[in-house]
Design a protein around this ligand. Structure first.
Ligand code: NAD
Length: 262
């Protein structure tokens, strides 16, 4: 039986290792028949991404730093030459200085504010504009966010502001690209044990707290996030755009911790 994504080509941006959310998505969409290309940030990550990409039959890998225009020009040039057309793109990229993912939000520095917003939010807008010429009706842009965008989460600090800007960008991009039949959505998982996740102060506590209190009494899994991505980039997601889809065991519906945890 043909997979749900047979004949579709997707670019996955943001795999650092096998625990990356982008890798969970890559595995799930590849299992449904999608053909994939990957970007990685620098040689060291490239060495880790290469065998993962090979395991899902991908040999198109490009080094991209989203703060470097030349590397983005090169990546979209290579894609246009090799594929000519892109059906979906996954942006799973964020950064903030570890020094400011602890302590108080009020101490955010100008420099790290700019860097965090540039890498974690502007890059999605920039990438959407670059990808658009090779995307056709029915294609999808997908990014990753976190519920710290609209509720205070200890130590998430400036990343919360960056994710709020990213979620707003999803809505504006969805409106710009909707007339061309291009959809734009975000997946918002609960806390995950990844490299980026571990950089946030008190990460283990946040992970345990979410697991103990979410209605499903469970954290998100790479498989569940991947499955949500399959839906959103497939034709079954045809009427969903500008949306932030929560994959957090239902944690976001709570007004207070479960009574057994108070
Ligand atoms: P990860 O560390 O595996 O992935 C982060 C990726 O961002 C890495 O591949 C890194 O190379 C890339 N990156 C950072 N700066 C870059 C730059 N300048 N140029 C190119 N790439 C750059 O961690 P992850 O948790 O899988 O993060 C993926 C996305 O999921 C992020 O947007 C993150 O905010 C989001 N998210 C994470 C969690 C969590 O708890 N881990 C929860 C919700 C959302």
């Amino acid at each position: 039986m043909a997979g749900l994504l047979e004949g579709k080509r997707g670019l996955i941006m943001g795999v650092a290792n096998e625990r990356s959310i982008a890798w969970g998505i890559a595995r799930a969409v590849a299992a449904e028949g999608a053909e994939l290309a990957f970007t990685y940030q620098g040689e060291a990550f490239g060495k880790r991404v290469e065998p993962l990409a090979a395991s899902v039959g991908a040999d198109l890998l490009v080094d991209v730093d989203v703060t470097d225009d030349a590397s983005l020009d090169n990546a979209f040039g290579v894609l246009a030459d090799r594929w000519g057309q892109l059906d979906f793109l996954v942006h799973a990229i964020a950064f903030s200085s570890k020094d400011e993912l602890t302590g108080r939000f009020i101490d955010t520095s100008r420099g790290n504010f700019k860097t965090s917003l540039e890498i974690s939010c502007f890059s999605f807008i920039d990438i959407a504009r670059r990808a658009r010429p090779i995307m056709r009706e029915g294609s999808t842009l997908l990014t990753l966010t976190y519920g710290g965008s609209n509720r205070v989460t200890p130590f998430y600090n400036v990343m919360g502001v960056a994710k709020a800007a990213l979620e707003s960008s999803v809505r504006y991009l969805a409106n710009d690209l909707g007339p061309e039949g291009i959809r734009v959505n975000a997946i918002s998982p609960g806390p995950m044990k990844t490299l980026a996740g571990a950089a946030i102060g008190g990460a283990r506590k946040t992970y345990r707290h979410t697991e103990a209190n979410a209605p499903l009494r469970a954290n998100a899994t790479l498989e569940a996030i991947g499955g949500t991505a399959v839906w959103l980039v497939s034709d079954w997601g045809a009427c969903t755009t500008g949306e932030v889809v929560m994959v957090d065991g239902g944690y976001h519906v709570l007004g207070m911790p479960q009574s057994e945890n108070i």
